[in-house]
Write a protein that binds this ligand. Sequence first.
Ligand SMILES: *[C@@H]1O[C@H](CO)[C@@H](O)[C@H](O)[C@H]1NC(C)=O
Ligand SMILES: *[C@@H]1O[C@H](CO)[C@@H](O)[C@H](O)[C@H]1NC(C)=O
Ligand SMILES: *[C@@H]1O[C@H](CO)[C@@H](O)[C@H](O)[C@H]1NC(C)=O
Length: 430
Amino acid sequence: MMLFVHILCALLILCISVEAYFNVIAKTDEVNFVLLTKASKYVPTWSSLDSRPLPPWYDEAKFGIFIHWGVFSVPSFGSEWFWNNWKEETTSMKYHDFMKQRYPPNFTYQDFARDFTAEFFNASEWAELFKASGAKYVVLTSKHHEGYTLWPSRYSFSWNSMDVGPRKNLIDTFVTQKIIPELQELVETYKPEVVWSDGDWEASDSYWKSKEFLAWLYNESPVKDTVVVNDRWGSNIPCHHGGFFTCTDRFNPGVLLSHKWENCMTIDKKSWGFRRNAVLSEYLTLAELVKELIITVSCGGNLLMNVGPTKDGIISPIFEERLRGIGAWLAVNGEAIYNTKPWTVQNDTLTGSTWYTQSKDEKQLYASILEWPENDILLLGSLKTSKNFQIQLIGHSSIISWKQSDDKLEIYLPANAHRGQPAWLLKITK
Ligand SMILES: *[C@@H]1O[C@H](CO)[C@@H](O)[C@H](O)[C@H]1NC(C)=O
Ligand SMILES: *[C@@H]1O[C@H](CO)[C@@H](O)[C@H](O)[C@H]1NC(C)=O
Ligand SMILES: *[C@@H]1O[C@H](CO)[C@@H](O)[C@H](O)[C@H]1NC(C)=O
């Protein structure tokens, strides 16, 4: 991400409840919110807001889909920062040339909006795909940094007026008359379970009135017991305050963190919004995506994986193939992901590409093998077995044999189980 100077257009608010928008992917039914509703009133200070327990559905879900879709999907060139990159361009003339060669003089970014047609957008098709991907929640850019809202807001100024005029005079009233009412409108209308804020680097949390908004969200909003929020609520707030920590884009520390966190990343390595000129090698492979999911979950995080639909509302087959691939893998191996918790060790001391999770009741241990070992023998240094241990390869019926010695555990994997899957799961029962 980069610095963005259009202060009026700065806050990216991404919200979605899967139920509200797509009405299909159900949250787990067994989540019990009774304890949370007993919480006392939150006041607009970080110590009070940070004391709110995270609603449990979020940690259980582990995997969500991020959608960057907006006016930037029309030029679909460069990235979703098209407008900013074009306006701020000084050395390279990539965006100026792009515009000059294809659009009439004086064509503005706002002129792209009329081509944001979504003519093939079909919410049931999207919902079917997200469900097939195994994702449990969806975060949609309901407003990106250029300020264009994806919902009919009563508080949206004329979009064009943002680009001109004496912005400074507006700033005082901007947050109280626009940002906060817009957010409250969004929450009251769509009842999102996730409020994912961005643009925090622009100004302080006091400027954004973030703490006041969160106190309202936690105390009074229609989603006060179930909503989760991220940490991008003002400069220096990420990684310190808020709900789950996102810290930076593509945050994946590779070690266990004590605070719940989320790795937001994108299948297209170079952009969050759709790019017409992307090539195959710029998309992460299925194996790379599954690896990201496994490492993230082993270290206590959730994965939020982004796709960029086209201006027409199409999720292109390359994204579809990745999503269905992850879903197919999760359909077999999901018990090692959903509703699990980190183990005492995250990746093995002998074979660092094997990552652990365990069931909440600690009866099952899972070892995700990212690299199939030579000679089909996996060496593990972090696990000490005793006689009554049972080891299974998920999705494979034969019994796995193993040998424990003082310094290592040798696991004899069935060679015929190696069929190019992105990862293999051992289920270890004590
Ligand atoms: C483009 O804008 C400039 C400055 O506002 C104006 O002088 C010019 O006539 C415009 N050109 C066209 C083709 O509209
Ligand atoms: C949306 O897609 C579904 C599934 O393909 C189809 O049955 C339905 O008719 C579509 N709806 C519209 C409005 O095109
Ligand atoms: C465990 O994973 C981390 C992060 O990827 C890596 O730095 C470390 O080397 C791994 N441990 C081993 C023993 O390979």
